[in-house]
Design a protein around this ligand. Sequence first.
Ligand code: HMG
Ligand code: MG
Length: 306
Amino acid sequence: MMSLPATIRINEVGPRDGLQNEKSIVSTNDKVAFIDLLSQTGVAEIEVSSFVSPKWVPQLSDADEVFSKITRREGIIYSALVPNLRGLERALNANVDKVSIFASASETFSRKNINATIDESIDRFRPLVEEAKKAALPIRGYISCVVACPYEGPVDPGAVRDLAERLLDLGVDEIDLGETIGVAVPTDIEMLYDEFEGLLEPSQTTLHLHNTRGTALACAYRALQLGVTRFDASCAGLGGCPYAPGAAGNLATEDLVYLCDQMNCMSGVELEKLFKAGRHIALALGRKMTGRVFSADGADTASGSS
Ligand code: HMG
Ligand code: MG
């Protein structure tokens, strides 16, 4: 039997990647309550919000206030996205634990998402990374469209590797591979990690999957077999990306936790507590959530109290 990692590490991205894509704007208090509930679950990191332009992502315009109101639990990393120096300044004021810059392996997506070519985005990130380093902040480097772009179609894994090298040269501490639109199947994940040979081991990357076509869990399993231990996932399957049409739903945290824990590849996350957080956000949004385990175990129909 192929051996799997003994443990995995989960970065909960629901409050950021999930809520940025919701049509309705969740109140600051509901976001804070959601994040506080997530802090009880055992996840290693919570991506709290984004310090981006409120004109581009109005759903997260209250990032500063959310950070000031959450109750931080020791040992958990509370991180946020920053697109430029202005975002970094806000993140520093909010006392974040880690910042994430986000680039794309596809030119068109880069323009649509951050209004910059890939080259321009690297130039924009350079001073940001320098300043973050001065402040001793860890820096994640996201790469979007690692398998396909919603505008350009399939993306060459070589382009993903090139961008990873450029981000590492800038000085990011970690690379997070974003399968932005949820088209990947396990062989895509294999090809991607094959391409990274000699640059980064699978265990040195984080994998960020979307479940648009129901293949995220299959990809996660293949990634586990290859040695990936760090995953982004989203409570109850919240998620998407406003600049990636059709990118509905991140890999649900409950689904990943269930899969891994059942295979003795321990997540350290308590499902019941995740359900509680999921119920809270489902009520705030007033809609059914897509996470399979969340629905199958009746978390979505339980009393509704959070
Ligand atoms: P721009 O319009 O080219 O830049 O946006 P700008 O400098 O002209 O700024 C526009 C306005 O926003 C100005 O306001 C700025 O002051 C303001 P105005 O003068 O018109 O009143 N502004 C800001 N306000 C607050 N905080 C800031 C900030 N920056 C500018 N940091 C920009 C360029 C990068 C700002 C914009 O494109 C942007 O914010 N983009 C972010 C979009 C986004 O968040 N997308 C989703 C995240 S990425 C993702 O989902 C993928 C991922 O999940 C992985 C995967 O799935 O692949 C990570
Ligand atoms: Mg995403």
